[in-house]
Write a protein that binds this ligand. Sequence first.
Ligand code: ZN
Length: 113
Amino acid sequence: MAGFIKNVLQQKCPKCKNGDVFQSNGNILTLKGPKMNEQCEHCQHKFEKEPGYFIGAMYMSYGLSIAEVVAAFIIWKIVGLPIENFIYVAVIILAALIFFNFRMARMIWMYLL
Ligand SMILES: [Zn+2]
């Protein structure tokens, strides 16, 4: 399990664990999305096996977003901040993590299948 998390966070090829999956991580401030390599530079493993392969990753992304907002909500409650302001925090968190979630969702998806 620890190895799985490490591999996903390092964004390495699911087959050889050497090549990088993403060329760039994307930058929310410049609105540039993450760029993915088509195949592994080490073992030539093709990341997108077939068109639509990553549609399932959207569910992963959805799950990640929910988990992050719930975690933030719990912290918000523990700190005791006014609950009516939380919606703004939730929006900021989701916007800030959108590319991170995109990358992690695809990594988890590739490693699961
Ligand atoms: Zn590889």
